[in-house]
Design a protein around this ligand. Sequence first.
Ligand code: C5P
Length: 217
Amino acid sequence: ADRLDGKHILVTAGPTHEPIDPVRYIANRSSGRQGFAIAEALSRLGARVTLVSGPVALATPAGVTRVDIETAQEMASAVATALPADAAVMVAAVGDWRAAPAAQKLKKGVTPPALQLTENPDILAVLAHSAQRPKLVIGFAAETEHVIAHATAKRTRKGADWILANDVSGDVMGGEANTIHLVTADGVERWERMPKVEVARRLAERIADALQQDTKA
Ligand code: C5P
């Protein structure tokens, strides 16, 4: 049988769009590629995968159940709806803030409109501290400096089991390859620079190892 047969794994991917009026939004450069590759790799190992995705231009991997959302709040409810899960891999680049969107298109005037921003829920932290917490909760940390220190702090603060840290100061966002540091309770493991699909395969195998160990225990 496949290593992840009978397991349900939740994956978030892509950016969020936070509307400011009916035609405009705040977004980020996430392409969704790393998250989609992870969903595909997990499905290939036999997992039932729910992929909660922001707006991206990618095809749904074979066998994966995809739920499309736009905002962080929609992503948070889609994640809650998808539970229970054995593992969750939170790859989405969730918008940190949202605006209270204007009902009509904002018009140019004497002074530019001021946006009042509200912090979005931290979907990973909420999930990791919930009663329905999956056994294995994995997050990403896209950093432009102090990658390992920030990722290590993030793992504890958010209550994740593993954090995959990557340096996005170069061409990672939207690009083909990734350099990962895997931060766990045991320490930091540096992976060589490799294609995002290879990061996905390697992570899927590690998840299978962890969930298997868990079943044996
Ligand atoms: O704090 P930061 O955005 O760097 O954390 C990144 C990790 O947290 C990613 O795994 C991301 O998917 C997750 N996250 C989330 N909800 C947020 C912000 C980040 O799930 N509102």
